[in-house]
Design a protein around this ligand. Structure first.
Ligand code: G3I
Length: 463
C-alpha cells in the first residue's frame, strides 16, 4: 500500500476522496486556516494542496528550534510531511549511553500533528552521527545486534502510531554497489539490514519501512545494488515497504534515468520516496543558474508525479538559511526552493508547475537594473555602492537589491537602504525616502563591509 500525503485533520491517513473533497470544497478547517494564513505570496495555493491533488506528499527536513516565525509558518503551510534533519539520529537521542534527549524530536512530531502533517523518521541505523560511546565501543556481534535492535525498539516504539515512515537503514552502499564497511556491516554482515527492518516492523507495524541512500537516483551500479537488495529482501519476506532516493543533486547533473529508475523500484511492488532533494550550485547564484535550477526542480517533481508508486518528494531544508550545503561544500549553496530571506526562488515555481499549479510569481522589473561597485578598499574593509537605474519608459516605486557574497564578505553598516545579511546572502530594500526610481533616473545606496583574501564583485539582481 502506498503512503498517502495528508491534507485534512482527524485521521492520520484520510482517503484520497476525502482529501480531494476537502481540498476542492474548502470545508476543511485546515484548508480554511491555510487560506487565512498571512505570509509572503499568500495568494498562491500552498504546495501541500497542489501535491495532495496529485496524490503526492511534499516534505521538508526541519530543525526543531527554528519552527517559529516565518520558518514555522512556511513549514506548516507549504508541506504535508516533515523529516527531522538531525533530531532523531542516534547521536541526538542518546548522546551518553542510557541518557536520552527526545526534546527536539518530540517538538517536531508535536508540530507536525498540530499542522496535520506526517513525519518521516530519520534515521535508525547509519554509520554517521552515532554517539561516540557506540562508535568507540568494542562489541561482540551479539552485543552489537542487541544494541541495534534495542535502539530500534525504543525509538520506533516511542513514536508508535505517530510516524508514517522510517528510514530504517541509511546509506548502506559504496558507490560501486558493494556494502559500505560500517560498524554494522563489519560486525553483523549484510544481514544487519534484514534484522533492522524486522525489529522496526515489530516496534510499529503501521509505519512504512525504507532503506535510504544517495547517488541512487539514476540507474547506476549503486542503485542497481539497492535494487537487487530490496528485491532479495522482498523475496525472503523481510519487511520492506520502500526505497528512499535522497537526491542531493548538483546543478546540471540531474540523472536522465531518474524516472526510469523510480519506475523499476515501483515495478518491484515498492514505494519510492525522494527523501532529501536539494540542487546545489557554485555561489554566487545568478539568474541563469537559478533559472536552470527551476527547470531541474520541476523535472525531479515531474518524475515523481509520473510514477504512481512515487509517494512524494521531501526537500532537505526549504530555505537556503537552513541547508547543510555551504558547510559541507564551501563555495556551493543556494540549493533549496526559498532564499535565505524566505522568499520563493524560481525553483519554488518549478515545483508549482510540476504539481499542476498556476505560477503567480511577481514579474521581474524590466528596464531597471542594479550595478555594484567597490568605491574604496583597505586591508580589512571596503565601501561599496549599488546604483539602481531605470531606462526611459521604466520606473520603480520600491526596490530590493539582492546578491550573494562569494568570499565571506560581511556588511557592517548601510546607508540609504535597509540591508540584511544571512550567511553570504544580502538583501537591501529601499529606505523610506528613496523607493521611487523615475524613468531614466537612478538612486544609490552604500555600505561598509569586511573582506579577507579576495573581494570579488557579486551579481546584483532586483526582486
Ligand atoms: O549541533 C552542533 C552545534 O552544537 C555546534 O555548534 C555545531 C558546530 O559545527 O555543530 C552542530 O552539529 C551539526 C549538526 O549538523 C546540526 O547542525 C554537525 O556539526 C553537522 O555535522 C551536522 O550535519 C548534518 C549532517 O547530516 C551530518 O552528516 C546536517 O545538518 C544534516 O542535514 C545532514 O543530513 C544528512 C542526512 O541525515 C543523510 N543524508 C545526507 C544528509 C546530508 O549530509
Amino acid at each position: 500500500m502506498s503512503t498517502s500525503p495528508r491534507t485534512s485533520p482527524g485521521s492520520r491517513r484520510p482517503s484520497l476522496g476525502a482529501r480531494l473533497a476537502a481540498l476542492f470544497t474548502g470545508v476543511s478547517a485546515v484548508t480554511a486556516l491555510l487560506v487565512a494564513a498571512p505570509a509572503a505570496h499568500a495568494a498562491d495555493t500552498p504546495l501541500r494542496d497542489l501535491a495532495a491533488a496529485k496524490g503526492k506528499a511534499i516534505g521538508t527536513a526541519v530543525t526543531g528550534s527554528k519552527l517559529t516565525g516565518t520558518y514555522g509558518e512556511l513549514a506548516g503551510r507549504e508541506f504535508n510531511w516533515l523529516t527531522p534533519g538531525n533530531a532523531m539520529k542516534w547521536g541526538s537521542v542518546e548522546p551518553s549511553r542510557g541518557t536520552f534527549d527526545w526534546t527536539e524530536a518530540d517538538q517536531i512530531v508535536d508540530f507536525a500533528e498540530a499542522h496535520d502533517q506526517d513525519v518521516r523518521g530519520h534515521t535508525l541505523v547509519w554509520h554517521s552521527q552515532n554517539p561516540s560511546w557506540l562508535d568507540n565501543g568494542t562489541w561482540t556481534p551479539a552485543q552489537l545486534r542487541r544494541l541495534m535492535t534495542d535502539h530500534i525498539a525504543l525509538e520506533v516504539g516511542r513514536y508508535k502510531g505517530r510516524l508514517a515512515a522510517w528510514d530504517v537503514v541509511n546509506e548502506p552502499f559504496n558507490e560501486d554497489g558493494t556494502f559500505r564497511p560500517t560498524l554494522w556491516y563489519n560486525g553483523l554482515g549484510a544481514d544487519y539490514i534484514a534484522q533492522a527492518l524486522t525489529a522496526a516492523r515489530a516496534a510499529d507495524p503501521a509505519a512504512k519501512l525504507y532503506i535510504n541512500d544517495y547517488n541512487v537516483e539514476g540507474v547506476n551500479a549503486k542503485s542497481t545494488a539497492l535494487y537487487n537488495l530490496v528485491k532479495d529482501l522482498k523475496a525472503r519476506g523481510v519487511p520492506i515497504d520502500g526505497v528512499g532516493l535522497q537526491a542531493h543533486l548538483i546543478l546540471g547533473q540531474v540523472p536522465s534515468t531518474f524516472q526510469q529508475n523510480i519506475q523499476r523500484f515501483a515495478d518491484l511492488g515498492l514505494d519510492v520516496a525522494v527523501t532529501e532533494l536539494d540542487i546545489r550550485m557554485q555561489t554566487p547564484a545568478t539568474d541563469a543558474k537559478l533559472a536552470q535550477q527551476r527547470t531541474e526542480y520541476e523535472a525531479v517533481f515531474k518524475a515523481c508525479v509520473a510514477v504512481s508508486r512515487c509517494t512524494g518528494v521531501t526537500v532537505w531544508g526549504f530555505t537556503d538559511s537552513d541547508s547543510w550545503i555551504p558547510d559541507t561544500f564551501p563555495g556551493e549553496g543556494a540549493a533549496t526552493p526559498y532564499d535565505a530571506n524566505y522568499r520563493p526562488k524560481p525553483a519554488y515555481y518549478g515545483i508549482v508547475t510540476a504539481l499542476g499549479g498556476t505560477v503567480t510569481e511577481p514579474p521581474p522589473p524590466t528596464g531597471c537594473s542594479a550595478a555594484y561597485s567597490v568605491q574604496s578598499q583597505w586591508n580589512t574593509g571596503f565601501t561599496g555602492y549599488v546604483t539602481i537605474s531605470c531606462a526611459a519608459g521604466s520606473s520603480l516605486s520600491s526596490w530590493r537589491a539582492n546578491w550573494t557574497f562569494g568570499a565571506g564578505q560581511r556588511i557592517s553598516t548601510a546607508w540609504n537602504a535597509v540591508c540584511t545579511q544571512t550567511g553570504a546572502t544580502v538583501s537591501c530594500s529601499n529606505a523610506s525616502w528613496n523607493g521611487s526610481v523615475p524613468s531614466g533616473g537612478s538612486v544609490m545606496f552604500g555600505f561598509n563591509a569586511s573582506w579577507s583574501g579576495s573581494n570579488p564583485v557579486p551579481t546584483v539582481t532586483l526582486g
